[in-house]
Ligand binder design. Structure first.
Ligand code: 6PG
Length: 255
């Protein structure tokens, strides 16, 4: 990954990476909204970002700095389940954050994954994104911030190794069949992620250390993991890593 646009922050534990990411988001939102009207952010799912979402809601100093009526929330991916399902990325963010802050429901753009037709859910989400960003076919939206995680297999969002969504460059959102889950995931595509102003990776846990070393220290141009496809076209990437996840890195930048 091009180091100019990449920062790696290694912090003690999950609480520390969550707080550092929360402060980074608050600072980015505050600066951006000094001169623009609305801010767009795509949330990630999984377990790691839950604490970040809780901090943005429960820490009054953080919550009060965000003008929630001017922030629009999207998701980078969703499981093919209804919004009330325990596996729903929407539900996790709703319980941890959105139900606790003064954000208008019209600012919450969730993936309608309750639709039994995953392709239709993806196509509808593409239309929702195009409407919000007022863009036509062939144009790529520019999110102000995208949150991403990484699995031990090097997947990010629902861009899993060997899956069809890795090749998609036109449709903004696709239904991606994940063999190991015997289920579809609805995911945004890598060119969209790469067009964002800020990409924040939150990665914790020793089970990801080997993959992180390969991803962050592999100078060969070969792409071994989907997460290596996240190469910002103009924006900046920041990796928030906890000590166990960063345990195998030889270069250890300051926190
Ligand atoms: C999802 C995510 C996925 C997640 C990684 C890491 O829907 O699960 O978007 O890409 O970020 O699987 O998950 P953990 O944070 O639970 O380790």
């Amino acid at each position: 990954m091009n180091s100019k646009s990449q920062k790696i922050r290694i912090l003690t534990d999950a609480e520390a990476i969550s707080r550092a990411a929360a402060e980074t988001i608050v600072a980015h939102v505050s600066v951006y909204l000094q001169t623009r009207d609305v801010y767009s952010i795509a949330l990630s799912g999984g377990s790691t970002p839950r604490r970040l979402y809780e901090l943005l809601a429960d820490d009054a100093k953080l919550q009060e700095q965000i003008p929630w009526d001017r922030v629009h929330i999207f998701w980078g991916d969703e499981r093919h389940v209804p919004p009330g399902h325990p596996d729903s990325n929407y539900r996790m963010a709703y319980d941890a954050l959105l139900s606790k802050v003064p954000i208008p429901s019209t600012n919450i753009h969730r993936i309608k994954a309750e639709d039994s037709d995953a392709d239709k859910a993806a196509a509808d989400y593409e239309q929702e994104i195009r409407r919000f960003f007022k863009i036509n076919a062939g144009q790529m939206p520019r999110f102000n911030c995208v949150l991403l995680g990484m699995g031990p297999d090097g997947h990010t969002a629902s861009l899993f190794p060997g899956t069809s969504a890795l090749e998609e460059t036109k449709r903004l959102a696709v239904a991606n069949w994940i063999e190991k889950f015997q289920s579809y995931r609805i995911t945004l595509i890598r060119p969209l992620f790469n067009n964002a102003d800020r990409i924040l990776f939150l990665v914790g846990g020793i089970e990801k250390a080997d993959t992180l070393k390969a991803v962050l220290e592999d100078d060969s141009k070969t792409t071994r993991f989907p997460v290596q496809l996240i190469q910002p076209t103009h924006g900046e990437v920041t990796w928030f890593l906890d000590q166990p996840a960063a345990g195998r890195l030889s270069q250890r930048p300051p926190a």
